[in-house]
Design a protein around this ligand. Structure first.
Ligand code: RAM
Length: 359
């Protein structure tokens, strides 16, 4: 596995953002993307940090949608982890990221008596009644990538600090457009917990004086559907031909937007950044459509989530703050406030380092 390297730019940005306190938006969004597990959930049993991981654990990954390369990488990382600890991992899920499309899958996983469900929620609330039934049946629930409401899960494995992601995406775009001009966001679905949280931090970042000449004119939704994301990008440029830049905090959205821009007169003129996989965006970095974008390692996210699920299902942890567990090759992690486990910092990719990554 390649080693993740941070560019000096990101290190600087992270330092800057670490120093920034939150406004009202910050506490609002923290309630959404990383809220406390219900008291009943975390404290129903005492943790035994020395309990061995149970053998034969059945762990199901339920991504937002199955036909998204990002989730294929993440869930394969989780399935690999399950093999390592003598469990059985599998991925099931809908082909679209609609708010309620995951509910029937949760019901089936309950019937199958899975030991744990690892879910990236398409909607923070729509999945909660079904997940509550799963938990009542003794199934541990880990949200990863996109959180559920508090009582839907035991632990949330967050890919990176939501605040850092939101703020650094604005900072990246601002540098590329000289802190000036109209900008738009091309998001995933309107209900996605993760994108909505990041967007709140983007809006908060944009309130700072250094962005006074930048104007967010529209948040468009491509629904993590390639064609819809492509059409939405086309629509943005039609409505705002003088657009300076687009932030697309979704791997599906940024890939579709890059494809549209690279084949248009806007290539290199309308700047595009956001979250994408290096393998999907390499050619657009090389042809000058994209200067820089960010992501964490999706395989590590799935891998860590599988270990968190196994630690819960084995009674090593309950989801309470301060509990520790081992995640194989990634080392030891500690459960933070509100049942959140943080994977780490994202990497910024550009033409200088993109060839060092293969995912
Ligand atoms: C898409 C999904 C996912 C998000 C990534 C960045 O694949 O929306 O939830 O984390 O993009």
């Amino acid at each position: 596995m390649m080693k993740m390297r941070h560019t000096a730019l990101l290190a600087g940005l992270v330092l800057m953002t670490a120093a920034c306190g939150g406004g009202t938006t910050r506490s609002d969004v923290q309630q959404q993307q990383s809220s406390a597990p219900a008291a009943t959930a975390a404290s129903s049993a005492a943790a035994n940090p020395n309990a061995p991981l149970k053998q034969g654990l059945k762990i199901a990954f339920l991504p937002k949608q199955v036909n998204n390369p990002y989730f294929t990488i993440a869930d394969n990382g989780g399935i690999e982890a399950a093999k390592e600890f003598g469990g059985e991992g599998k991925e099931v899920g809908p082909s679209d990221a609609n708010a309620s499309s995951q509910v029937s899958y949760i019901n089936t996983l309950i019937q199958q008596k899975q030991d744990a469900i690892v879910i990236s929620a398409n909607d923070p609330n729509a999945v909660v009644p079904a997940l509550k039934q799963a938990r009542a049946a003794g199934i541990k629930v880990v949200s990863y990538d996109s959180d559920t409401a508090p009582d839907g899960r035991d632990i949330f494995v967050n890919q990176a600090s939501a605040e850092d992601l939101g703020r650094t995406e604005v900072q990246l775009l601002a540098e590329q457009i000289g802190h000036k001009g109209k900008i738009a966001i091309l998001s995933a679905t309107p209900n996605a917990t993760n994108q909505n949280t990041w967007i709140e931090f983007m809006k908060d970042e944009l309130k700072k004086p250094e962005y006074k000449d930048m104007e967010l004119v529209k948040v468009a939704y491509g629904n993590d559907d390639d064609q819809k994301s492509f059409t939405e990008t086309q629509g943005l440029l039609r409505s705002y031909p003088d657009l300076a830049g687009i932030i697309s905090p979704t791997t599906v959205g940024i890939a579709a937007a890059a494809r549209y821009l690279s084949d248009s007169p806007y290539k290199g003129k309308v700047k595009l950044t956001g979250l994408g996989t290096p393998n999907q965006l390499r050619k657009f970095v090389k042809d000058g459509t994209i200067d820089a974008f960010e992501l964490w390692n999706p395989a590590d996210l799935g891998y860590l989530s599988a270990y968190a699920a196994a630690a819960l299902a084995s009674g090593q942890i309950t989801g309470a703050e301060g509990e520790k567990f081992k995640a194989g090759k990634l080392g030891e992690y500690t459960v933070g406030a509100k049942g959140e486990v943080l994977l780490g910092k994202p990497t910024v990719f550009n033409k200088d380092n993109i060839d060092d990554f293969d995912f």
